[in-house]
Design a protein around this ligand. Structure first.
Ligand SMILES: [Zn+2]
Length: 274
């Protein structure tokens, strides 16, 4: 089911997870430029306490007579502006995009209201959804401006050294741990933009491994970056037979060897969430 709130690029949608007893609602803006708006910020306990209070306030307004359930609210590094809520065993779990961490209180209140209204099947207040929409729209515009500046600024710079992770350092470490240090180092670069067309790819024409810049972020655990790079290193070791092909082909041996990565499951789980 898709919920439109009447602005380009903004959707409210509802998804029921298979095998999951509670209800899960999420709404967000899927926009490419939102990716670039990621700041290196972190939520202090104070901020989280404040946001949880805001959720309680919004709950009280929506359901004045019902006792408030336990609420777990946190900021979450979604790939785009995204907010989710679910009810599990009588407790509320809400995730607010970390892109909204610095948003004013009335915007956070609007988000809490929209999520809780959806969860409890109450009408969404127009003023609240308008407030959220306006904030996102302005946020989006400034993000676009930043994107343009950054693209121009680093037109020719493609580097293994990211803001948070250095691919050469990770490569050398993986090479030692899994390949007896025998793998010749290809060119390693973070992708030029934040598009997440793929996690990473090996480009045989340039003997280069390119990893999506989205993962050069403090919220991305090192084991996830290691796993993406390890996967691409296995492509070097198990070359695709078709010349010039960029297809991602995984043989049985490839999969067997991939299992040697100790945090495989954790990394794949993390990557499914982003
Ligand atoms: Zn692959």
């Amino acid at each position: 089911m898709v919920w439109g709130i009447g602005a380009a690029g903004i959707n409210l949608y509802h998804r029921v997870h298979g095998g999951f007893t509670g209800r899960h609602w999420e709404f967000g803006v899927r926009s490419y430029s939102a990716l670039i708006a990621r700041r290196a910020c972190y939520s202090s306990l104070n901020v989280l306490q404040k946001v949880t209070e805001i959720f309680h306030e919004a709950y009280g307004e929506l359901r004045p007579r019902a006792p408030a359930p336990v609420m777990h609210v946190r900021f979450y590094p979604f790939v785009s502006i995204n907010n989710t809520i679910r009810l599990r065993q009588g407790e509320i779990y809400a995730r607010v995009s970390d892109l909204l961490e610095g948003a004013p209180e009335n915007v956070l209140h609007a988000i809490a209201h929209i999520l809780l209204a959806k969860l409890y099947r109450k009408p969404v207040d127009r003023a609240q959804s308008a407030r959220y929409r306006r904030y996102i729209a302005s946020h989006d515009i400034s993000a676009k401006a930043r994107l343009v500046r950054q693209m121009r600024g680093r037109k020719h710079i493609r580097s293994a050294r990211g803001h948070h992770y250095h691919l050469e350092e990770i490569f050398d470490d993986l090479n030692r741990r899994f390949f007896h240090g025998l793998m010749g180092r290809p060119q390693l670069t973070w992708s030029r933009n934040h598009a997440r067309r793929s996690l990473g790819h090996y480009d045989p024409a340039h003997n280069a491994i390119v990893i999506s810049r989205v993962f050069d972020h403090p919220r991305v655990p090192r084991y996830a970056v290691e796993y993406i790079l390890f996967h691409e290193m296995l492509h070097l070791k198990h070359p695709v037979k078709l010349r010039g092909s960029r297809r991602c082909v995984h043989s049985r041996e490839f999969h067997e060897e991939e299992k040697l990565f100790p945090e495989l499951e954790r990394a794949q789980k993390f990557l499914r969430m982003v």
